[in-house]
Design a protein. Sequence first.
Length: 619
Amino acid sequence: MTVAISGEQTQTGPKTREMWTVRVCSRAGLVVLLAATAVLYVWNLSASGWANAFYSAAAQAGASDWTAMLFGSSDAANAITVDKTPAALWVMDVSVRLFGLNPWSVLVPQALEGVAAVALLYAAVRRVSGSGAALLAGAVLALTPVAALIFRFNNPDALLVLLLVVAAYCVQRACEADASRWWLIGAGVAVGFGFLAKMMQAFLVLPGFVAAYGIAGHRPWRRRVLDLLGAAAAVVVSGGWYLLLVELWPPSSRPYIGGSQHDSILELTLGYNGFGRLTGDEPGGLGNLNHDVGWGRLFGAGMGLDIAWLLLAALIFLAAGLVITARRPRTDPTRAALILWGGWLVVTALVFSFANGIVHSYYTVALAPALGACLGVGANLLWQNRFDVRSRTAMAATVLVTVTLAAVLLARNPDWQPWLRAVVGVGGVGATVLLLVVHRLTRPVVGAVAVLALTACLAAPTAYAIATAAAPHRGAIPSVGPSRHSGFTGPGGLLDSPEPGPALSAALAHDADRYTWAAAVVGSNNAAGYQLAGGVPVMAVGGFNGTDPAPTLAQFQELVAQHRIHYFIRSHMMTGRWVAQSSGSRADADIADYVETHFAPSVIDDVVVYDLTRPPTNS
């Protein structure tokens, strides 16, 4: 059979038609994957309201003031910044500037970042293992419960994950034959901007990246070393420019650096958001009760439901893949990918497991891309070698371990879909048995066995991811699962922001143009709730934890004397005093004592408010 194309005769046949069919199916599969991911991450997104009001208020500030946008201020009057570098806020700021302040404009950027991360992971895995493995990797990332949580939330982890996937893709390309050195530079730039999203956590992927290129790069070893040094320089430049800018900027014309005790972004980088997360020595923190430090943390009550569902499977497939590719040439692209993604997975998992500082369960979203890649690449290798009894045994054992772990995790929420444990267990046991004899089955049956095994392994995390996406999530520390397990809340508390009534909101907005700050309140979460409700700057005394010495009592008294602050709002964090006492910082407590001593309280919408513009009761 011949077909004329541009005047030429081209031979076609069954093989050509089969390749065309595979290509069409691959593209269709990618479209379905990305469309389904978009629906999962975007559907009913506004149900979470402001989600993490701490960052929503900062986006509100950045969208209305360029200085606040540059530094990541909590309010448009630039009292104090959030306790992170502000790259993730910049994306939200632009969205709010374009579409106005509303939950959609704040949350949609993270959802789109999630879809982009899935697409890039697909592209990376497809280059070494084909479209089937790439679809599996992308689906695992999209359907990991903590990913369904964070890509529908406005914490900076969403941008961090996307930038790290970009960096991993660039490193993988750099390992290919005849690759441009600019791929490695691009990886460094992506990691540097990842640092601007969530500081030193972005560096956890670097050991895997260095190992992959150092071992599998096609250039001579001296050139590989120089290339890695160039990439390191790219990391420093793309991330370090912002630190230099903040350090050189006159402190009097910028906001206080939240999360630091000495108004220093270097202190924030190396301390509270740096090595302090590993050691537990975090000045300004609230103390840590890390009783779960160790190997079991990722499977325990705190993090298991977020990430553990397929973690053992990924580790087994990673080890099996490295064994299968052990005798291949040094530059083998599949082994390079395993080293890259496996290094990311293992190093990050170890740090999260043994960190003694502040570590929240949703941080584990950083494991999801590596988890998906190891599963996709490893599953493809084992399936290709299914006629080897060792590969069949590894696949069967992995399915059995995965469904057993799923049953254990589902049992932690026994009232939710109790039938799912039985279905997953029966399907998993059946797939385990069939995988042991898959080499003797006919081709249609072999395909059915593969589908059964994948369904059994993915059913539980998929169901939990959908339940997570269906639930509204608010507060500073969101968690996965159905709505009744959707996170910590509590009006005016540390983990959620207050929702003031109409009278208090109106009072804050009334004559707000006469004051630099409509109100002051201890703690950024408290300030965020009032600021979003009133649409006016509210000073967060003490920053996120109420422990930063900003402002000092003397500075606060001077601002009051200048009539720059209208109200002071009593909060749960303020009246408890436990934050100041536990940290050794007394600035917030001293300010609260000064206000309570010198100004008369009034009650608006059941909230105690002090009008700082009235004459003091005790001069």
